[in-house]
Design a protein around this ligand. Sequence first.
Ligand code: PEP
Ligand code: MG
Length: 885
Amino acid sequence: MEAGLDGGWDSVRGLLGGKGANLAEMTRLGIPVPPGFTVTTRACLSYLDGDGRLPDGLWSQVLHALHAIEDRLDKRFGDPAAPLLVSCRSGAKFSMPGMMDTVLNLGLNDETAKGLVALTGDEHFVFDSYRRLIQMFGTVVLGLRDELFENVLSDARHVRGVTSDADLSADELRTVVARFRDLAAGFPTDPAEQLRMAIEAVFSSWNGRRAVDYRNAAGIAHDLGTAVNIQAMVFGNLGEHSATGVCMTRSGATGLPGLEGDFLVNAQGEDVVSGTRATRPIEALAQVMPTAYAELQAMAAKLEARYHEMQDIEFTVEDGRLWLLQTRDGKRTAQAAVRIAVDLANEGLIGRADAVRRVTPSQVDFFLHPQLAVAARQQAADEGRLIATGLNVSPGAAVGVAAFDPDVAQRLAGDGRQVILVRPETKPDDVHGMLAAEGILTTRGGRTSHAALVARQFGKPAVVGVGALEVDLVGHRATMGELVIEEGDWLSLDGSTGEVYAGRLDTFVPDISDGWLATLLGWADDLRTLGVRANADYPADARRARDYGAEGIGLCRTEHMFFQSERLPVMQRMIMSDSVTERRDALAELEPLQRDDFLGLFRAMDGLPVIIRLVDPPLHEFLPTFEELSKRITDAKIRLSAAGSLDEVDDLLGRLRRDEDLLRQVRALHESNPMLGLRGVRLAIRHPEILQMQARAIFAAACDAAEEGGGPRPEVMIPLTSDAGELIRARQVIDSEAAAVFADRGITVDYLVGTMVETPRAALTADKLAEHADFFSVGSNDLTQTTYALSRDDAETSFLIDYLRTGVYDHDPFSSLDPDGVGLLIDRAIAAARTREDDFEVGVCGEHGGDPASIAWCHAHGLTYVSCSPFRVPVARLAAAQAAL
Ligand code: PEP
Ligand code: MG
C-alpha cells in the first residue's frame, strides 16, 4: 500500500482517491489498517473510456497484489483451508458518501464458507457474511432490486418472530443464503470472478445516476473517476467481542471536541450506516470494550495531528482487536465548521489564517439563517403542536409543506413552495428531493445516516430518527397516533433541537455577537485590509450592522425614509406642489423627521463614517401608478352615482379630486426611460429646495450628535453624477447649508462630500470629478445597468435567464461584478482618484459588496471598502480576509 507518488498529497488523492490515499497514509503512520491495495482512478478512467474491459495488465497486477495480502495474512483467496475474504470499495478524490458502490465479503462460496465454519466454529457469522455478499453482489454488480433480498429476510424474521437479522439462527441464515442464490443466478462461485466483476461494477458506479446528481450538486468534476480499494476483511460480526462503528473526532453538529458516533456489537458496517438497527452512542463503547475505546481515542488524536483536521473514522473491532477501515475529513455543519476551525487554531494544530481560510462564506451566512422564534415555539408547544422530537442532526429552522416523495418535493419547490421532505430514511436516489427541500425529516437513521450527512453538507436543517412517526409512502401521508399529516400540510422543524411542530412557525435570525464565530471574524478582521461597511437606512439596521462588525455606513438610501406610510402623503404633497413655497412647506414637515433619522444613524455609528445619499429615484416612484389611479377614479365614479348621503358624496368627491390631481402629476412626471431621466443629482439641481432640506437635516443632526458628546462623521453623497458640473452645483448647495447650520449652532462638524460613480461617464471623467469630491462610491448596480445597457429591474426575469442557461453569459453581472467591462471602469475611477490623493476613499455599495467573488476583486483592485446589507457584513468580513490570504 505505498503511495509512491511525487507531486504532493493532492496528486496522491487524485490517483488513489481520498480513501485509498488515507489508507496508505494510515498504514505509514503505523495505525492498524487491514492490508490491501488500491486500483487507481487512472485505471477507472481507462475502463470507462474503453470497451468495457479492464485495461491491459490490470488484472495480473490485481492478482499480484492479492498474493501479497495472502502472504502477509497467511490466507488464500478461494482456499477453503484458510480463506481470505476481501472488500471492494469505491473511493473518489472527493468524498461522495454512499453515492458509489461497495461489495464486502468477496471470496465466499459454498466451499470457502464450509472452510471458514471449520476454522471459526461460528456458523452464524459465516452464513451471515455469505448472505451479505450475495445481497450486495446481487444489487451492486448484477443490478437486482434490494427489495427482493429484503423480502426474503423479512419472511425469515417473521417466521422466527424476531425483528433483527442478527437474531436469525445459523440454519435460518443458511436457508436465506440458498434462497439468495436462487435470486442471484448470475452470482459467480469463483472468487477471482467475483472480484473482477466487483471492480468493474465499482468503476461503472462513477457514472451511475446518483453519483452524477451528487457531483452536479456538489460541484465535483465528472472526469476524475473513482479508485477501488481492495482490502482484507475484518469482522465486526464475529460475536460479542466484535463490533463496528463510525465516529467523528469532534461533533459534526456542534464541533464539540471528543468522539461522536455510533456503533453496534456483533455487526458489519452497513448495519450502522443504513439505520436498520438501533445503534449505540460511541461513549458506550468505553464500557463494553474499554481497551478498544481508549485505543480509538488515541488513534483519533494521532489522525487529527496528522491531518490537522477533524476526522470521520470507520472502525471494526474483531475479537477485541481494533482496526481502522477508513479516515477522511468529517462533514460538518456550519456551526461545527466554525468552532472546529477556532478550536484547532487554539490547540495549535493550525494557524489563525488557516482557520479563516477553512470556513466558507456560505457557512458564515448560515449563522444568519432563521431559527424558530422562541415565542412561536412556546405557543406551538402550549397548543400541543410539538408532535415529536428526533435526532438534531443538522441545525437551523425549516418551515414548509410536507412532501413524501423526492420528485414531489422537487416539483413543489419548483412551483415556489417551501417543502419539508419526509421519508422513512433517505437513500442516494433521494438527493434531488433533499436539495429542493427546506428541511428533511426521517423516521429512521442516526447521526451518521445518509440523511444526516447530506443535510449537513448542504446546510439543510434536518431531524432524523423520529421513530414515533409512521410514514405511508403509498398513501402520501404520515401518522402518529391520532395525528395525520397529509402531503401539503405545514410542518416546522428545528434541526438544532430535533423538534418537529405541526403548522407554520415564525422564525428569527440568530445573534452572532459572541462565541466562536465572533472569534473567527475577529481573526478575519486582523487579516483583511479591505473595509466593510453596511447599507443601512434606519437606526435599527445600523445598530444591527455595527453588531455584525460594520465599520460604518456605506450607503443610507434616504428615499427609503420617505416611503414610510406616515411620511408618504407629505412627500406626495411636496411632489404635487405647484409653487416653491408650497414645496418648501411640505419639506419643512419632512425635515425634522429626516433629522431624527440621521441622528439615530450617527448615534448607532458613533465615531464611524456614515454616508448619507441624497434622494435618488425619479419622483413618480413616490406616487401611485397610472393604472392604480385610473382604477381608483373609476371606482369612485361608480360609487358616487350610487351614493346615499350628502356626507358620502362629499367624501367621494374629495377623494376623486385628489386622485385626479395625482393622475395629472403622474402624467406630467411620465418619462419613457425613468431610470435615465429626472433622478439622482438631476433632481437635486432641478429642485434645490429638496437638497437644501436634506443637507440641513444632515448637518443639524450632526450638530445634535456632537452636542450629545458623540463623534458624528457625516459623508454626504450625490447620486448618478455624470458630469463634474453637476457635482460642482450640488456641492455648492451642500457646503452653503453646512456653513449656515454651523453658524447658527455655533459648532462645526467635519464632513465630506462625495459622489457615486454609477455611470460610465462618471468613471471615464473621474479625474475631473475627483477635483470636487472628497470620496467616490461605486454604485455597481447602476454602473452594471448603464455599462451593459441592461435594465436591472427587468433583466433577471427575462432574457438574462436564457443567457445564463445557454452560456451566452457565464455569470449574472448583477450578482457578481463583471471584471472585464464594469471592472475596467472602476479601475479607471480608482486610478483617477489615487492620482489626486494616495488614500482617496473609493468604496463599492451595490449588491456586489456582499458577494465573495466581487469582494475578492475589490480587494485585489485596491478599493477602500465594500458596503453591503447588514446580514452580509459577517460574510464580507470573512471574504475580505480570505482575499487577503
Ligand atoms: C447602485 O446603483 O449600485 C446603488 C448602490 O444605488 P441604488 O441601488 O440605490 O441605485
Ligand atoms: Mg444607484
